[in-house]
Structures are given as C-alpha cells and as structure tokens.
Design a protein around this ligand. Structure first.
Ligand code: SF4
Length: 283
C-alpha cells in the first residue's frame, strides 16, 4: 500500500460544482451560528480532488479578522455536493490569544497561595535522592559540611522522612538568589550597618555548605528577623552596634564662658530693665 501525502492530491483548480456551492456553504454556517454572524463570501480554496473550502467573513465583533471555513466535497461520479465541516479559523491579522505557556513555566516565586500544592517533579535538578553517596551532592548532605570532616557520626546522618535533599544545583541556585536579595550585602541597610552579620550575636549560621555564607537572623528588632541573611549583610540592630554608635555620637561639650543670656527674675522683667554701658559705672 502506497501512502499518498495530502500535497500530492491537492489540485490547483477547485472542483467546479463544489466551488459553486456557495449557498450550501453559507447555509451550513447559518445552521451553526445563525444568520447574524455570516458575512460576505471571501473566496474558495481547493483542498484536494473534489474538496473545496469556502471562506466567509465572521461578523462577530469578538472575532475580528476570523473567517468561517466551510469544507464541501463531491463524491466521485456524483453530482451532489455535501458539507464536510464548518470551523472558525483566524485570517491574516486576526486577533489571537498569546501562545500557551505551561503553568510550571509561568509560575514565579511568591505565586503560591494558601492551600496551593506545588510538588517538585521527580527530575527536579534542585534535588537529589538521599541515597546518593558520590560527588558534591552527597558530601554535603551526609557530612553536613564540605566533606573535609571525615565520615559522619550516626547523629549527623540526615533525619528519616526525606527521600530527596538539595543538589549542588539547588544550593547554588538558592545562594545566588539569597545573595542578590534584600538580605544580601548590596542593600542600603547593609551599607549603613556598623558591622556585618558574621560578627553579630543574633546571626545563627545554617548547617552544611550553605552555612559558610548564610545564617538566620534571630533579632526581633531587626528588619530581617527570621530570614536568611548573608554573612556580609548587616543592620543597625547588630548586637555590638550600641557601643560603636554611642562612641560615634559622642562630641566634645561646648562651654561658652563669654556670652550670656538675659532671663526674667521674680519681679524683674528683662524688657523693663534699663541697661547702662559698663564704662559709665566705672567713672
Ligand atoms: S541583627 Fe542585623 S546584623 Fe545581626 S544578624 Fe540580624 S540582620 Fe545581621
């Protein structure tokens, strides 16, 4: 059996009887959507042997530029033309919906709402199975550090209940994100801070490799309380900032021994007092 592609049976000249079946095609549109939405006949195009599509303007204002396409056919050696299908198709310049974007590509940090579920797919590159024992991923998760500490003690092994842990890609992605956020070093808050978080008593380093650069802020009065901050972040609530700030504010007292202020005394008003030059009293 030889497969015949549609392009091979397509003819340039439409079948005459099918091309003349304009009223039949229009009636098909009216039968579907009513008389009010079928506009003028825009033309015919041959689809194949004795297969022709008639195009009609769509007058629905919601579908500007769209066209009703009615395909009619005529069987071999038959005189009658029949309707095959009726569809609404976009014409040149038709108003179209934007391309479909899968939800997992559209999702942005912060989109997740109360009650929403967002399971990580099995091939999520940010996660690796807990059983991985080789490479960068395993070193961090089994030893809780950079791998230089030697074999893990039983108490250091990951807690049961997690089948996957952060991969090196997942850690790198989180590091980049956190470091560039408002909890990193390049913020006005950090620039104005008296010292970095690394020297702050409220800085609680994370465990594992991420703890080299990040920790949680545990200062209720800090803007970043309860958030992951970078070690070179900082704020005015730094645990050692009080002494530094007080010292910075201290200035030498101003003692003016030459000037004086005029003040009212009981029974003596400055306004009603007549002052004389000191030179006259000296005579
Ligand atoms: S109080 Fe300020 S300096 Fe200290 S850890 Fe928190 S953000 Fe860093």
């Amino acid at each position: 059996m030889v497969a015949v592609s549609p392009t091979r049976i397509r003819t340039r000249e439409p079948d005459q009887a099918s091309a003349e079946a304009v009223d039949l095609a229009r009636d098909a549109v009216i039968a579907v959507v009513g008389a009010g939405q079928a506009g003028g006949h825009l033309g015919v195009q041959a689809e194949g042997e004795r297969i022709v599509t008639h195009l009609f303007e769509c007058t629905d204002p919601a579908y500007a530029g769209w066209r009703w396409a009615v395909t009619v056919v005529r069987a071999p050696r038959a005189k009658a033309v029949t309707v095959s299908e009726t569809v609404l198709l976009p014409g040149p310049g038709a108003l179209l919906a934007p391309d479909w974007v899968p939800w997992h590509d559209r999702l942005r940090p912060g989109d997740l709402g109360v009650g929403d579920l967002l399971p990580a797919p099995p091939d999520d590159e940010r996660l690796v199975p807990l059983a991985v024992l080789e490479g960068d991923d395993a070193v961090t998760d089994w030893f809780g550090g950079d791998g230089d500490e030697g074999p893990a003690e039983p108490s250091e092994l990951p807690a049961p209940g997690r089948s996957r842990v952060l991969s090196s890609i997942g850690r790198e992605s989180a590091s980049d994100r956190w470091y560039a956020s408002e909890h990193g070093p390049r913020t006005p808050l950090a620039h104005a801070a008296p010292a970095h978080c690394i020297s702050c008593g409220f800085f609680v380093p994370l465990s594992g490799e991420l703890g080299r650069l990040f920790g949680a802020c545990a200062n209720a009065y800090a803007p970043d309380d309860g958030r992951v901050v970078s070690a070179d972040h900082g704020c005015g609530a730094h645990s050692e900032s009080l002494a530094g700030a007080a010292a910075a504010r201290a200035v030498a007292p101003v003692i003016d021994e030459f000037g004086y202020d005029l003040v009212d005394l009981p029974g003596v008003s400055v306004e009603e007092t007549v002052f004389e030059p000191l030179s006259r009293g000296a005579d």
